[in-house]
Design a protein around this ligand. Structure first.
Ligand code: BEZ
Ligand code: FE
Length: 287
């Protein structure tokens, strides 16, 4: 089961199967990878407890906090906000694709397949700046990738933004859609410009950020998941130059190469801002 469906199953309360075989009574089945990754983590936590002289009162708060994270369903949110950016950097080190970014907890599979000309599903009076999001998809060597599938999700345009299917009162799959590049690898999507939003701050994740002296805002962004035959799937985000939260993202996930200047409305596009971005995909190794 991949991480996407693990998150999604958890959020829908379906329970999460693990890959671990159940050992016989008395049998020890050490996993070399778990020993390699989790042992140093446990040791680091022990060292911090001792160095910071943690009390039993504080230990009780840790247990209550984690129980609250479980009870509120915020486990994917907490883990994505604190650690996914590091997983993304770790997992994309050897990639020849354009920069990846975190997926975050708000991806919903099976968004509507759009028909050309591509317009994001939206309410009749969808608030926000009209925006044309366009560019090319190529391989790392510049070869155009026709029929690449772009799966895009975004917040709406009212500050703070919200995501359909997750919070707010938008119709399901509002501002979520899938569409393809044309036969020259070009894509073009009409939508509205997302705005900064806050990750939920009334629950345990927000309370922790607050206690750490951090705000809950994320800079505005598009989420894009690209897939094409013969290429590795690329999950990424596009940020907007000038956004006030680029340097203090609550998920600590902004990469400079993913900050793009939007062309403001004017000239032959008087009502519409334009965002141009070209994606490169990494070929899958030959079998
Ligand atoms: C997001 O990109 O939507 C996101 C990332 C981490 C935590 C919460 C939301
Ligand atoms: Fe997001």
């Amino acid at each position: 089961m991949c991480v996407r469906s693990v998150r999604y199953a958890y959020q829908r309360g379906e329970g999460v199967p693990t890959k671990q075989a159940v050992p016989e009574f008395g049998e020890i089945v050490a996993s070399p990878r778990v020993v390699e990754v989790v042992e140093p983590l446990i040791e680091e936590i022990r060292r911090t407890i001792l160095a910071s002289e943690v009390t039993y009162e504080e230990w009780g708060e840790v247990i209550a906090f984690l129980l609250d994270v479980g009870a509120t369903g915020e486990m994917p949110l907490l883990l994505d906000a604190l650690f996914e950016a590091a997983v993304d950097v770790s997992a994309s080190r050897a990639s020849s694709a354009s920069p990846s970014a975190i997926e975050g907890p708000y991806y919903v599979p099976d968004a509507p397949m759009l028909e050309p000309p591509y317009v994001m599903p939206q309410r009749p009076d969808e608030p926000g700046q009209q925006l044309l999001f366009a560019g090319r998809v190529t391989g790392a060597d510049g070869t155009p990738v026709p029929a690449a599938l772009l799966d895009v999700w975004q917040s709406d345009g009212t500050v703070p933004g919200t995501y359909s299917n997750v919070h707010g009162d938008q119709p399901d799959f509002n501002l979520r859609g899938r569409f393809q590049t044309d036969d020259r690898g070009h894509y073009e999507l009409r939508t509205i410009q997302p705005v900064p939003y806050t990750i939920p701050f009334e629950g345990p994740t927000g309370r922790l950020l607050n206690a750490l002296g951090r705000h809950p805002w994320r800079p505005a962004h598009f989420h894009v998941k690209l897939s094409a035959d013969g290429y590795r799937t690329l999950t990424t985000q596009i940020y907007f130059a000038g956004d006030q939260y680029l340097d203090s993202d609550s998920a600590n996930a902004v990469k400079d190469e993913l900050i793009i200047a939007v062309e403001p409305p004017g000239g032959d596009h008087p009502d519409t801002a334009v965002l141009n971005y070209d994606f490169q995909l990494q070929p899958t190794p030959a079998a």
